[in-house]
Design a protein around this ligand. Sequence first.
Ligand code: ATP
Ligand code: MG
Length: 650
Amino acid sequence: MLEFDPHVLEEKAVPPPKEFSKRAHVKSLEEYRQMYDRAARDPEAFWGEQAKMLDWFEPPKRVLDWDLPHAKWFAGGKLNVAYNCLDRHLAKRGNKPALIWEAEDGAKVEFTYAELHQRVCRFANALKSLGVQPGDCVAIYMPMIPELPIAMLACARIGAVHSVVFGGFSSTALADRIADAKSKILLTADGGYRRGKIVPLKDTADAALKNCPTIEKSVVVRRTGGKVAWQEGRDLWWHDLEKAASKDSPAAPFDSEQPLYILYTSGTTGKPKGVLHTSAGYLLQCMWSMRLVFDLREDDVYWCTADIGWVTGHSYIVYGPLANGVTMVMYEGAPDQPGKDRFWEIVERYKVTIFYSSATAVRAFMAWGTDWINKHDISSLRLLGTVGEPINPAAWKWYAEAIGKHRCPIVDTWWQTETGSIMISPLPGATPAKPGSATLPLPGIAAKVVNLQGQPVAPGETGYLVIEKPWPSMLRTIYGDDERFRRDYWERIPGVYFAGDAAQCDKDGYIWVLGRVDDVIKVAGHRLSSMEIESVLVSHVSVAEAAVVARPDEIKGEAIVCFVTLRSGQTASGELRAALMEHVSVTIGSIARPADVRFCDLLPKTRSGKIMRRLLRELAHKGGISGDTTTLEDMAVIERLAQSQGRDDE
Ligand code: ATP
Ligand code: MG
């Protein structure tokens, strides 16, 4: 492993606000460390103890059966995931709002725990009436409407496995995922709303179903009321089924390892994988991490802005929040509809206390400017979160100031579809934050930064992020490809889980995730992370967002190419390009001087908002794209970038 200059690691620690710590579940770093050490000494005892926060029909007989790479957690235990998210709250929280849903057009629907429970029970019976058995797979292709979590919980209630496919995907992407998971039933809607326009979900679903022989029925929620094509015998209206179904649905006990869902990764690094999660361990760790990381209180109003089509939505809109009995906000539409202050309007309207969003969203808010925020009273906020990509220190500081008003701690949460729940994050009342670092692993999580031999690397050296011990919410396999599961995650560095991310650990044990292993750039024998150079670019007043990739270079091995989008009001020019090159070179060193800086209006991103550097790498290298683009948000972005190739793009 080569030396790496630790520039981004110099950020000073920001202690948690005193007022926050006083009331927090975990009040000091010392308390966190005690908990961490206790869990490290005897992980099984630790997780066995935590498992008591679930309601069991039969308690587990063993905590862990581990036959690398296959884990069984809480064997012998029986529970029902939906019961844990709904039924058990009824006595104390029956009238507490569970879900406050806001439509893009401003309409609002509120569900108490009792109401949500009833809807789930009815739809669980509706699924049964269609012949859905425990273990059957149900594909869900829906907009962000309440029926989406209702459908997931109804599946969980009867032991069916859901496979949610993000509502923005094409018919081919949907058909591939249906075929891969062998789904029997499809749940969809006549359409959804996005930026005031109707997204014709049923049309897309119908196109997919031409190539999906496993699908027996397609159940359609009426959302827009628009006219849709109808195939008698196959298509059914959700409301008809729900009306006909009984409201009594006793929650049946299922094994701890009953499959809960399949979810495909976002495809940042390659072809998406069908990640399989099971019941007890997954639910437990979602519930437990949510309580700790968001420092939950009974009166919180929690809002996670992710789409339920991604793992963040599964774990931190559906299972984690509901298992904890929180009140949450769910929003149907786009952040800039009708204005760029829509999110702050929602925060003000519902007095949101916890706001969890993505790093990419934070950079967008920053580019839009603070005027949008200052129009609203957002003083109800007490905690902010981020996920999805490394958050550049400049964006972190902006988030802390413009939205957190230096009053709200920020939890930068590192985790993956595969890990199921948050693995590395500050505890907001305990851990001093360092902007740009996800800080320390949660108790029970043996996260390390190592070399290819599995030995820890020294502070300031780049290595691979691994998890050395199994954890309850870990993926159980790649659905239909157990060999790939073993090969991709457990054999790269034998015996440990290989996350695929490059990272560093600093002298305080803080972990800095630098991006994907594939995104590390080697210039003249030096390893530079794309994230470090991007952070420097984003710290320039003109820059909103940056993506940095390497292109082969005969002399240096690799040369650095930067793609940059500007903040509103800034214009691209030759001077600015030179200034940015200079800025990187002065801040990091001449070794990092970009060979090229290219301005663009948008960066290519996945549907979950992550920058797709592999496409930019291809573009910088070959001038065109041949890799998998099925999860790309907007093909036009790539086309525009390819056209501007070689041209002066000011
Ligand atoms: P694919 O595996 O198909 O390429 P993906 O990895 O983008 O897709 P996810 O599982 O949604 O799909 O993303 C997990 C990845 O996101 C992590 O491996 C990491 O690279 C990045 N990530 C998530 N949260 C953070 C964070 N707080 N800091 C840094 N990186 C993060
Ligand atoms: Mg991944």
